[in-house]
Design a protein around this ligand. Structure first.
Ligand SMILES: [Fe+2]
Ligand SMILES: [Fe+2]
Length: 308
C-alpha cells in the first residue's frame, strides 16, 4: 500500500523534508502531472538526440569513431526507453501514446534537437557542449529529486552521459590540435551550437516554479547555465576558440565570465516545434516509426501465439 497525504500542505512538508515519492503513493495530481511532463520531455529529448547520433554512424570518420557513435546511439535510445517506462508508470499516458504524440508533432523535446548537425565538427560540438550541459542539468536533478524511480534511473543515465562527455573532450582535442581546416570546422560548429547550448538550461527560473517547490529540479536554470559558462568559456579560451558572443568577458573584480544578453526568441520557437530543423526531424522520426510497424506487429503476434 502506498502512502497518502491528507492535504497538499502535508505533501509539501513531506517533500520539503527530503521525502521520496514512489509510484504506488497517492500523490497529488499536480505533482503527478509536473513529474510526468518533466520525464516525458526528458525521454523525448533522449530519443531525438539518439536519432541524430544514428544519422552520423555511416558518416563518422574511421572505425573507432563509428564504434563510439554506435555505442552512443544505443545509450541515448536506451535512456529514452528507460525514461518512457518511468513516465508510463505514472499512468498519464502509455509509452506508445507518448511516442505517437512525439511523432505527430504534439510532443516536446529539448531545443538543441531542433537544429541540424551540418558537419562532423557539429557532432564534436554536440558531444563536447550539449552532452556536458545535459550532464550538469541531470546531476542537479539527481542530487535532490523527490521522485524515487526517476532519481534511480538517472544514476545509470548520468554514468553513461559521463562517457559521452569524455568522448566529446577527446574529439575536441583532436580538432584543437589538428589542421587549420579542423580548427576552422570546429570554430564554425561552435558558432552554431554555443547559444542553443546556453538556451538548453531554460529561461530564468520563476520564484513560483513547481519543479523547484517539489524538488523535481533543485537548482535554478540561470545557476546551472552559469556553472556551464564558467567551465566551458575557460576551456574553449584555453584551446583558442571564441564563442559567438562579442560581450562575453571576464569580470575584472570576480574573475568570472559574464555573457552578453541572451535572446530567448530561438528557444521560444523550438518550444512550439518551429525551430530551424524541427519539421524535418519530427517527420524523419515519424517515418522510422511507420517503417518499423511490421516489427511491432510481428512481436505482438508472437506474444499472442505464446499466450494462446
Ligand atoms: Fe542520454
Ligand atoms: Fe548523451
Amino acid at each position: 500500500m502506498g502512502r497518502s497525504w491528507g492535504t497538499l500542505a502535508e505533501f509539501d512538508a513531506f517533500v520539503a523534508d527530503g521525502g521520496i515519492v514512489e509510484p504506488i503513493d497517492d500523490m497529488p495530481d499536480e505533482y503527478r502531472q509536473a513529474v510526468f511532463r518533466f520525464i516525458e520531455l526528458h525521454a523525448n529529448s533522449e530519443l531525438m538526440g539518439g536519432l541524430t547520433e544514428r544519422d552520423w554512424i555511416p558518416r563518422a570518420p574511421g572505425l573507432r569513431r563509428k564504434m563510439a557513435v554506435l555505442a552512443k546511439t544505443q545509450d541515448e535510445i536506451g535512456h529514452a526507453h528507460l525514461l518512457y517506462m518511468v513516465a508510463g508508470d505514472l499512468g498519464m499516458k502509455t509509452r506508445t501514446e507518448m511516442l505517437e504524440d512525439l511523432f505527430a508533432g504534439r510532443g516536446r523535446f529539448h531545443n538543441v534537437f531542433h537544429y541540424q548537425a551540418v558537419t562532423w565538427a557539429d557532432q564534436v560540438a554536440i558531444a563536447y557542449l550539449v552532452d556536458a550541459g545535459a550532464l550538469i542539468s541531470q546531476q542537479a536533478v539527481f542530487k535532490q529529486c523527490s521522485y524515487g524511480p526517476y532519481r534511480r534511473i538517472l544514476r545509470r543515465i548520468i554514468a553513461e552521459e559521463g562517457f559521452h562527455m569524455r568522448h566529446g573532450e577527446e574529439m575536441l582535442l583532436t580538432f584543437a590540435e589538428g589542421t587549420t581546416t579542423q580548427r576552422r570546422m570546429f570554430a564554425e560548429a561552435l558558432d552554431r551550437w554555443w547559444w542553443p547550448t546556453l538556451h538548453m538550461f531554460g529561461p530564468p527560473s520563476k520564484p513560483d516554479d513547481v519543479l523547484a517547490r517539489w524538488r523535481i529540479k533543485s537548482e535554478r536554470n540561470e545557476d546551472l547555465r552559469d556553472k556551464f559558462v564558467q567551465k566551458y568559456a575557460t576551456l574553449l579560451d584555453s584551446y583558442g576558440f571564441t564563442p559567438p558572443d562579442p560581450e562575453l568577458r571576464r569580470d575584472p573584480d570576480t574573475g568570472r565570465w559574464v555573457t552578453g544578453e541572451i535572446d530567448w526568441e530561438p528557444l521560444k520557437a523550438t518550444l512550439s516545434n518551429l525551430g530551424p530543423d524541427s519539421a524535418r526531424r519530427v517527420a524523419d522520426a515519424a517515418t522510422h516509426w511507420a517503417d518499423s510497424r511490421w516489427v511491432r506487429e510481428a512481436l505482438e503476434s508472437v506474444a499472442a501465439g505464446v499466450a494462446a
